[in-house]
Design a protein around this ligand. Sequence first.
Ligand SMILES: Cc1ncc(COP(=O)(O)O)c(C=O)c1O
Length: 453
Amino acid sequence: MAIDKSKALQEATRIIDYILKDDLNNDEKDTIVKDSIDNFNEHVNPGWLVYRKSVSTNEAFIEWEDSEETFKDLYGNEFIDCLGGFGIYTAGHRNPEIVKAVQAQLNRYCLHSQELVDPLRGYLAKLVAMITPGDLQYAFFTNGGAEANEMALKLARLASGKHYFISTVNGFHGKSLGAVSATGKSDYRKPYLPIIQGVQHVEYGNAEAAEAAIKNLIAVGETVAGLIVEPVQGEAGIVLPPEGYLKQLREICDKYEVFLIFDEIQTGMGRIGALWGADYFDIVPDIMTFGKAFGGGVMPITGIIARPHLWTEQLKENPWILGSPTFGGNPLACAAAIAAIKYTLEHDLPGQIAEKGKYLMEKLGEMQSKYDILVDVRGIGFLIGLEYPTPEIGWAVSKGLFKRGVMTGGTLNNAKVNRIEPPGILSYETLDKIISRLDETLAEVQEEFKGTY
Ligand SMILES: Cc1ncc(COP(=O)(O)O)c(C=O)c1O
């Protein structure tokens, strides 16, 4: 079919008009709902809509506005965010201080020339070194979590000259080809096999298994470049590390000269009640990856930071062999991340999350004693998992909460677990509202599924 430029221009003009308008009338709102359904069905993937609909009862809720603790749909229905965009909104939605910095940068220059020295990237790299433990020093910025993990895996190979990686079963590291090789769920890996050769998965929480894998690989003449692990497994269903596990991994990595990579894409920037998992568990990894909340919930930016000896001569001679993402560390994203760091420190977001997380866990514990269907409540800070006997019950609770104006979600690798991952800025009053709506929902769902679990 020939390209109809004038029709495309007309369509783009109509959409821009919606974006630029402060208020839409009801006809326009209805049109956007209909357009969105058609567009997703015909040009994105109909599966998306089915998935979204199952969470949001039977209507298509069109996300249109957000602010601090909540987001609103096109018609002004408000939802308390208890999912935090899977960990993006630690500093809240459209945090005014972060938006202000991005807007100021937007009015100066948006993206970088790629040739001159862009100061914000340097400032941000220095700040990341200042807020991460030990001698983590050189940073490299990327655009997505999977991309950051790609860089971490590449850096480990480049700096060590070695080959294999150890990862964990059910660990989640993203879905690009390299990252999905490290991800530990067969659904996401199987369609792409053979993927990056040389990743061995071991049970999470079992340091002996990690050591045995390394030892056996070396015994048969292989080499091991790195061990990648989430300090707390997120997508696996919020799985906390057993006491001493991460320290043991550090010792094992030191013993066999394997680089320890902490994937802090979800755990970082205060999510678990400390700036980082590395900080909480008092460990210095060789490479740390970060993302999600790093851009303050305003801009996408991710990256890695590594200890200085990983930045080899080869990499200094040609910095581009690791990667050269066009948009990596762009000024808008850096402005957002710098503002997010300032906000996080100034308002002690990790401290707030630690306290509020304890409060929420206590209340959730009360819910667990009240309802059989809530089989487990586990978590740390504001990374909390609620486990049900079946995925169907988990979905029913998500739906019930959504109906009551509370947004939660599942975890990618474990459908029985609902996640509670709210913005760190939620007030105690809002936390109480969440609990009382959960109470109602659990009562309803327990009755609905009586005798089935
Ligand atoms: C621990 C961890 N690593 C990596 C990723 C992938 O990040 P992205 O979706 O930005 O590629 C995620 C996303 O959920 C994650 O939780």
